[in-house]
Design a protein around this ligand. Structure first.
Ligand code: AMP
Length: 215
């Protein structure tokens, strides 16, 4: 199964992707995670992409498409995968179609986790992320606090607020999402691949809706 997860920043698609990984046993490919890992390692790509990420802007299409093309050529994807945070522009969606066509494969579903903008701002400004990239658990200071302040319940590492999870950058990211990524909803609807799921409510309930949508 090859699944695309669509949704605004803070829609919970990253959390749902991790749950789907456990359930379906297919890898999650998150371009945001790839860029953050590259920055942590101090690679030239990591340093280049940081300037865009810190401002809430999109990394240029050619860079992102190159990264994804390389990742999709790896041999661990036989059972499928979940794309989280890619594609984010029409150019990326078309490039993905081309890569898949060359591989003789196709997308199974594009799942939209639908959440209103004001809810996204509330969620992102309180979000705390585990510093241990192998864990990546996420908490919220009000809606889902960790048991011990600043410490990850899952692995005991420090929690931090992502550089781009501040109100100014959040508004910028939302604008970018609405202008550049939201058109993908129509793109996948026209291909009859869109599965729209209500993204409000308890995490398990949303997960249940996604499972039904891709069954
Ligand atoms: P995310 O972790 O998915 O919220 O991504 C964090 C940031 O990484 C975004 O705000 C962009 O700056 C960059 N990024 C991640 N994926 C993409 C993509 N597919 N296209 C362009 N920029 C991206």
């Amino acid at each position: 199964m090859r699944i695309i997860l669509l949704g605004g920043p803070g829609s919970g698609k990253g959390t749902q992707a991790k749950m789907l990984v456990d359930k379906l046993g297919i890898p999650q490919i998150s371009t945001g995670d790839i860029f953050r890992a590259a920055l942590k390692e101090g690679t030239p790509m990591g340093l280049k992409t940081k300037t865009f990420m810190d401002k809430g802007e999109l990394v240029p299409d050619d860079v992102v498409i190159g990264v994804v093309e390389e990742r999709l050529a790896k041999p661990d994807l036989d059972k499928g995968y979940m794309l989280d945070g890619f594609p984010r522009t029409l150019a990326q969606a078309k490039a993905l179609d081309k890569i898949l066509e060359n591989q003789g494969k196709a997308i199974s579903h594009a799942v939209l986790v639908d959440v209103p903008d004001e809810e996204l701002v509330k969620r992102l400004s309180g979000r705390r992320t585990c510093r241990n990239s192998a864990c990546g658990a996420m908490f919220h200071v009000m809606f889902n606090p960790s048991k011990k302040d600043g410490i990850c319940d899952a692995c005991g590492s420090e929690l931090y607020q992502r550089n781009d999870d501040n109100e100014k950058t959040i508004r910028e990211r939302l604008g970018v999402y609405n202008n550049q990524t939201a058109p993908l909803i129509q793109y996948y609807e026209a291909k009859s691949l869109l599965r729209k799921v209500e993204g409000l409510g308890p995490i398990e309930q949303i997960f249940g809706r996604i499972e039904q949508a891709i069954a």
